[in-house]
Design a protein around this ligand. Structure first.
Ligand code: PMP
Length: 437
C-alpha cells in the first residue's frame, strides 16, 4: 500500500510552490500514485480506467514492462553525454523512426517536447522558404512557448504578447494567419473541404505578400476537442502553400503512432505527405521526447549554424523511445486501435440515439470526441452538464479528458492497450451517468 503524502498535503504544497496558472481536473483533485497499463491507482488503492493517458501521452500503457526494462538497462550504463560524443542509441531510435515515415522524410531531430518540436519546425520552415508568415488553423494547439503560442488558436492558452497579426502589411517578425477551421460539425462550410481550402488561398492572396513560410496543422485537433479536419482538406491546401513558397508541417503530437487505427500517421488519413512532421507525447510513453522529421533538402538549411539540444536524443530517452516503437509493432497496436475504436465509436453513436445531449460523436481509432450540446440545432455547448458528467464518471472509476474552447467535449484517448471491455465499461458508465443527470 501507498505510504506517501495524501491528497490534501500534496495539493497544499503544489499551491504554495507552483505557479497560479497550473490547473487540475476534478473538484477534489486526484492523487494518482501508480499506473499499470490502462489503469491508474489513487492513494487509497482505488483503480481508475484511464481513458486520457496523461493527455494522450502514455501510448503503450503505464509502466509497460518492455519499456521499463529498456530504460533501466540504459540507466545503469549511461544516462547522459550529449551528441558531442558518439552513442548508438540516438541513431538506432532515429533509424526506427525514419523507417515509419513515408516519402523522403528521413532526417530526424530530437528535442524534449511538442512545443520544442513545433518551434524547430517553424524555424526550419522560415529558413528554408526565406519567408516569415505562417498559416495555422483556428482552434489549434501547437504549444505555449513565445513562438508556438502564436500558432495556438484557443484564447484560453494565449498570453497577450506580440505573436500574430493577420494584416495586409506583414509584420516582419513573422506574422501568423489563422484560417477558418475545417470543422465538419461546427464549421461554417460543414464538411465542404474545398471552401475551407479556398479560405487558405484567400489569406495567401489578401493577407500576405503572396509568399508564406509554411502551414501547420494537427490532423485531428486534440486540445480543440478531437476535431477531425473535413475530408480532403489537406491535399489542396498543401498545394496552395507550396505554390506560395511555403512548406507543410503536420503536427502528429497526438495523432501519431497508430492511434487513429487506419494509419500510422494522422496525415495519411488525408492522403498527403508533409515536408516536416512533428511529434511528442506518445513517442515516449511518458518519457520527455519530442522529434522533428524532415527531408534532407530542408535539413540542409539548418547546417548553416550549429543546431544543438542538450537532452534531445539522450541515451535513456532514445532507448525508451525505440522500445515504444517496437512494442507498438509487436503488440499490433494500430490494428487494435482500429478494432477497439470502431467498437467504441459504434457504441457511442448508439448512445447518441438515446440522449439528445450528445451532439456529435467523432474521431478515429482511439482518438475520440463526444461533444455535448443542450440544443442540437443551435449546438449550444452543454458546459454545466459536461462538468457534472465529468465528475460522475470519475466517481464511477472512469477518467476522461475534456476539451474544446467551451470545455464541452469529452476526449477519449486512452493508452492503446485499452480493450473492448474497457470501451464497454466507459460507455456503460456514461450511459448510467447521463440517465441520472
Ligand atoms: N501539439 C499538439 C497537437 C499538442 O496537443 C501539444 C500538447 N498538448 C503540443 C503540440 C505541445 O506539446 P508539449 O506540451 O509537449 O510542449
Amino acid at each position: 500500500p501507498y505510504k506517501g503524502p495524501l491528497a490534501d498535503e500534496v495539493f497544499e504544497k503544489r499551491k504554495k510552490y507552483l505557479g497560479p496558472s497550473i490547473f487540475h481536473y476534478y473538484q477534489k483533485p486526484l492523487n494518482i500514485v501508480e499506473g499499470k497499463m490502462q489503469y491508474l491507482f489513487d492513494e487509497n488503492g482505488r483503480r481508475y480506467l484511464d481513458a486520457f493517458a496523461g493527455i494522450v501521452t502514455v501510448s503503450c500503457g503505464h509502466c509497460h514492462p518492455d519499456i521499463l526494462s529498456a530504460i533501466e538497462e540504459q540507466n545503469k550504463l549511461l544516462q547522459h553525454a550529449t551528441t558531442i560524443y558518439l552513442h548508438h542509441a540516438i541513431g538506432d531510435f532515429a533509424e526506427g523512426l525514419a523507417a515509419k515515415m513515408p516519402g523522403n522524410l528521413k532526417v530526424v531531430y530530437f528535442v524534449n517536447s511538442g512545443t520544442e518540436a513545433n518551434e524547430l519546425a517553424m524555424l526550419m520552415a522560415r529558413l528554408y522558404s526565406g519567408n516569415l508568415g505562417m498559416i495555422a488553423l483556428r482552434n489549434a494547439y501547437h504549444g505555449g512557448s513565445a513562438g508556438t503560442i502564436g500558432l495556438t488558436a484557443l484564447n484560453t492558452w494565449k498570453y497577450p504578447i506580440p505573436q500574430a497579426s493577420p494584416t495586409v502589411e506583414p509584420i516582419r517578425f513573422g506574422e501568423i494567419h489563422h484560417v477558418v477551421n475545417p470543422n465538419p460539425y461546427r464549421g461554417v462550410f460543414g464538411s465542404d473541404a474545398s471552401r475551407y481550402a479556398q479560405d487558405v488561398q484567400d489569406h495567401i492572396d489578401h493577407g500576405t505578400s503572396g509568399q508564406v513560410a509554411g502551414f501547420i496543422s494537427e490532423t485531428i485537433q486534440g486540445v480543440g476537442g478531437a476535431v477531425e479536419l473535413a475530408p480532403g482538406y489537406l491535399k489542396p491546401v498543401y498545394e496552395m502553400v507550396r505554390k506560395a513558397g511555403g512548406v507543410c508541417i503536420a503536427d502528429e503530437v497526438q495523432t501519431g503512432f497508430g492511434r487513429t487505427g487506419s494509419h500510422y500517421w494522422g496525415f495519411q488519413t488525408q492522403d498527403v505527405i508533409p515536408d516536416i512532421v512533428t511529434m511528442a507525447k506518445g513517442i515516449g510513453n511518458g518519457l520527455p521526447i519530442g522529434a522533428v522529421v524532415t527531408t534532407p533538402e530542408i535539413a540542409q538549411v539548418m547546417a548553416q549554424k550549429i543546431q544543438f539540444n542538450t537532452f534531445g536524443g539522450n541515451p535513456v530517452c532514445s532507448a525508451g523511445g525505440l522500445a515504444v516503437l517496437r512494442v507498438l509493432d509487436k503488440e499490433n497496436r494500430q490494428k487494435h486501435c482500429s478494432d477497439v475504436g470502431s467498437h467504441l465509436i459504434g457504441r457511442l453513436k448508439d448512445l447518441q440515439q438515446k440522449f439528445d445531449l450528445i451532439g456529435d460523436v467523432r474521431g478515429r481509432g482511439l482518438m475520440v470526441g463526444i461533444e455535448l450540446v443542450t440544443d442540437r440545432k443551435e449546438k449550444t455547448p452543454a458546459k454545466a452538464e459536461t462538468a457534472v458528467l465529468f465528475e460522475k464518471l470519475r466517481e464511477l472509476g472512469v477518467l476522461v479528458g475534456k476539451g474544446g474552447l467551451h470545455g464541452n467535449v469529452f476526449r477519449i484517448k486512452p493508452p492503446m492497450c485499452f480493450d473492448k471491455d474497457d470501451a464497454d465499461f466507459l460507455v456503460d458508465a456514461l450511459d448510467y451517468s447521463m440517465s441520472k443527470l
